[in-house]
Ligand binder design. Structure first.
Ligand code: HEM
Length: 372
């Protein structure tokens, strides 16, 4: 329940063990002043260091300020431990338009995502100039953090959309158990993990040869709000469900294998000569062997945002994936999935965004300092 260090070489909230709850917010920058933007990032960084340490923000916090002024901290986290709160920032393509003189610093890897087959994106749940991902084991702590950052940002940024996630759908460390998504399957088995130091350099962190300098040690985030048609899924046979994923529902083992972490054998065949792991199954199409070795660090969350007025839950997976270069990782994988994945009968991508997440903050510096 303790704190996760806010400072470090890399931002916390990427490969640090994934927490149970999410509050993700995408902001539009409403000021056109570069100085305002910089002072906002400084104020946010100072607040984030306090919030992640489980402290009230501001000089007087929630209840010790003057009675005439609104409290500096909104107060709903008073008495709560930080519950491993992490706050992770990312900069969207819009920050690099003409307003702030940053156009020449836009990383080549921060591309506008292409349209993928069957995308049904709601512009109001897509994009954003700045994203803040708050993760904690306590939802109240995560919500408190985003609320206070939004309040500090008043007049300079406005919340474009936000997303709550109630359960993790990945693990980012071998010390964690694998959770389940809303299809009832273990999710996060073949994920990049904290313990795989070499792979993280190859697949997750921007290296000096990649450039730009201000992104070295950072990572790119692709977020996708994926609606899951769970009512249709729930009427599908167990055998079909397992064929869609390519793994057993109980154990999470690859089809034809006994244990969750057994390697997938794409060559093994059933008695009728068909591959045990179908060629249109999700794990087959998403596996590095069929994607030029590309991998992702997935850090998504289950969501249920009430119902849709048609007798169905508005449920799904808020997919969050970090990577070294989306042009080589998310985009080709998603192209392949959007064309061929059997899972497409049961899901719909309804929101999308991409962000450049700068490297970690050292004491005395602020989020994205090297960009300015
Ligand atoms: C694996 C579910 C969307 C990439 C898996 C697994 C499940 C799953 C159950 C197997 C367990 C594991 O290894 O983690 C889902 C669901 C999705 C979804 C329910 C949508 C609602 C996506 C998207 C991408 C993606 C959009 C990337 C574009 C991957 C990758 C793997 C994976 C890379 C690991 C494959 C391997 O190497 O074995 N997913 N997924 N998934 N998924 Fe997804």
């Amino acid at each position: 329940n303790g704190p996760v260090d806010f400072h470090g070489q890399h931002q916390a909230g990427i490969v640090t063990p994934v927490q149970d709850r999410l509050h993700f917010a995408a902001f539009d920058v409403t000021t056109t002043s570069r100085d305002d933007l910089i002072s906002l990032l400084k104020e946010w960084t100072a607040a984030a260091a306090l919030l992640t340490a489980g402290k009230d923000i501001g000089q007087y916090g929630a209840v010790n300020g003057p009675g005439e002024a609104p409290p500096e901290d909104t107060g709903e986290a008073v008495g709560l431990p930080p519950a491993r709160l992490t706050l992770t920032i990312g900069f969207g393509p819009g920050l690099f338009d003409q307003r702030f003189g940053l156009a020449a610093k836009r990383p080549k890897a921060l591309v506008d995502l292409p349209h993928f087959i069957a995308d049904n994106l709601d512009p109001q749940r897509s994009g954003g100039d700045i994203a803040v991902q708050a993760c904690s084991d306590d939802p109240q702590v995560a919500v408190h953090a985003i609320r206070n950052l939004a309040r500090i940002g008043f007049g300079r940024v406005a919340v474009r959309y936000s997303q709550l996630g109630f359960g993790r759908t990945s693990s980012t460390s071998r010390a964690q158990s694998t959770p389940r998504n809303l299809f009832g399957f273990k999710d996060g088995t073949n994920n990049l993990k904290l313990e795989e130091a070499d792979k993280l350099e190859q697949q997750l962190w921007v290296q000096s040869e990649d450039g730009p300098d201000w992104m070295v040690g950072g990572s790119y985030l692709v977020s996708r709000r994926i609606r899951m048609h769970i009512e249709t899924w729930d009427r599908t046979s167990l055998g079909e469900q397992e064929a869609v994923i390519g793994r057993g529902k109980g154990t999470g083992a690859p089809l034809g294998k006994a244990n969750e972490f057994d390697a997938i054998d794409f060559g093994s065949k059933n008695a009728d000569g068909e591959p045990k792991v179908p060629t249109d199954s999700h794990v087959r199409l998403a596996h590095p062997q069929f994607n030029n070795g590309a991998e992702l660090l997935r850090r998504g969350y289950n969501f249920v945002d009430g119902s849709d007025g048609l007798g169905r839950l508005d449920a799904g997976l808020f997919f969050l994936a970090y990577q070294r270069d989306p042009r080589k990782q998310f985009i080709p994988i998603q192209k392949q999935l959007s064309r061929n994945d059997k899972m497409n009968e049961y899901i719909e991508h309804v929101g999308s965004a991409i962000f450049a997440c700068p490297p970690g903050v050292t004491p005395g510096s602020y989020w994205g300092e090297k960009l300015f």
